[in-house]
Write a protein that binds this ligand. Structure first.
Ligand code: GUN
Ligand code: ZN
Length: 431
């Protein structure tokens, strides 16, 4: 493919100017892939003479190609309850979320929703996500099956809950762990799929279940872990009440061996520096979910304090509390939250987070997140002139920095012209 190519080889930092050597940009570039893997990336003039004679070149010279976007925390089972009005976390879970998740006991429904969800992800250029299913194993089989048919790199897991939820969603404590073991056996490292052990959050698991989830991780260090941490003040009080022996919320997870380099903790809004340092020491990551935090009124994430302590961060939509699946919309919300904290997000930091940054923090950077030889051929083709307004503003942009910032503030799903994953065209905009 011939296009303008943008990728990151390192973290650009948070200054206006990206760190030396972090940005790789080929204004007139060539991306060569075969059998789902990238073979070479270079200026078109340098790579063209090396290409085999029989290769077909897709000319996208007016487009910008980046690695496929990554969403580190999203609930596919909540797609249909997005925009459910006016509650904060705990009421929102009870009134909207739990009743909706009950529907995923039905394999047909789960399969249909998995396909609808993946169609939507492709439409917004997200080629990898770490996904919460429901507590029903059927919801996980349906999701992984749908992802595998499309040859996508996806992480997912069965929600573990053995208390404080409707009966239809509640595990028998160890039965939930046995279900997880079966799913791990069937899906973990099966092609491009990976299993993420998924205790929902501390209030809905007993200590016994959290310990058993930690046991799964001890048995296999290649597993991922996803849960929620310190999102909402009412939640914090409840955790303190339920786990009186723990000195803070993070300690609840630490005691069960759930905090490691492949662990993602969604939100982490109400943390102190001691907790941030403990997370950083273990190499765990916090998923910053800006549109969700705004929607549920959970708080304004302090990105700078986390970065100052070298805490790994990821960026996520957190649908259904999030209000948009799109990575571009998530960047816009992250910028806005940052502005309210006096911590504006540069376009460099933003697009790095959506691609290589999320891949590194999720330990997926050996496969995805960059346009580089040996990486999986997952990428997004962006139309910087997708709407007349975007195009007018883009024509005023004199630098790549300005173009990227315009894209992150004014771009939406129309800017995603094509999405490729596993070397296959997964989506092309219809209009
Ligand atoms: N905490 C526990 N479960 C959830 C969930 O489904 N969404 C969000 N945003 N927070 C949670
Ligand atoms: Zn969530």
């Amino acid at each position: 493919m011939r296009a303008s190519l943008l990728s990151f080889d390192a973290d650009p930092g948070d200054d206006d100017k990206p760190r030396e050597g972090s940005v790789v940009h080929h204004a007139d570039g060539a991306l060569w892939w075969q059998n789902g893997k990238i073979i070479a990336v270079d200026d078109y003039s340098r790579l063209a003479p090396r290409l085999p004679d029989n290769i077909s070149i897709i000319d996208q010279r007016d487009k910008l190609v980046m690695p496929g976007f990554i969403d580190s925390h999203v609930h596919y089972v909540q797609l249909d309850i997005m925009a459910s009005y006016g509650r904060q976390l705990l009421d929102w879970l009870n009134e909207y979320t739990f009743p909706e998740e009950c529907r995923f006991a039905d394999y047909e429904h789960a399969s249909l929703m998995a396909d609808i969800f993946l169609d939507e992800l492709m439409r917004v250029g997200t080629t990898t996500a770490q996904v919460f299913c429901s507590s029903h194993p059927t919801s996980v089989d349906a999701f992984f099956g749908a992802a595998q048919r499309r040859d996508l790199c996806m992480l997912a897991g069965k929600v573990l809950m053995d208390r404080h939820a409707p009966d239809a969603l509640t595990d028998d404590t160890l039965g939930g762990i046995r279900d997880s073991e079966r799913l791990i056996g069937d899906w973990h490292r099966n092609g491009r799929l990976g299993y993420s052990v998924t205790p929902r959050f501390a209030p809905t698991s007993t200590r016994t279940q959290l310990d058993a989830a930690g046991g799964l991780l001890r048995n296999d260090s290649s597993l991922w872990l996803q849960t929620h941490l310190s999102e909402n003040l009412g939640e914090l009080d409840w955790v303190a009440e339920l786990f009186p022996d723990s000195h803070d919320y993070l300690d609840v997870y630490e005691r069960s061996g759930l905090v490691g380099p492949r662990s993602t903790f969604a939100h982490g809004i109400h943390l102190n520096d001691g907790m941030r340092s403990r997370l950083a020491e273990r190499g765990a990551n916090i998923a910053f979910c800006p549109s969700s935090n705004l929607f549920l009124g959970s708080g304004l994430f302090d990105r700078q304090s986390a970065r100052a302590l070298d805490l790994n961060l990821t960026l996520a939509s957190d649908i259904g509390a999030g209000t948009d699946l799109s990575g571009l919309a998530t960047l816009k919300a992250a910028y806005q939250v940052g502005q309210l904290r006096g911590q504006p997000l540069t376009a460099w930091a933003g697009f790095h987070a959506l691609t290589r940054g999320n891949a590194v923090s999720l330990s997926l950077d050996d496969r995805i997140g960059r346009l580089a030889p040996g990486m999986d051929a997952d990428f997004v083709v962006i139309d910087r002139h997708a709407s007349s307004l975007l195009s007018r503003r883009m024509n005023r942009a004199d630098t790549l920095t300005e173009e990227l910032f315009t894209l992150m503030m004014l771009g939406d799903d129309r800017a995603i012209y094509e999405t490729w994953a596993g070397g296959r065209l997964q989506h092309r905009r219809q209009h």
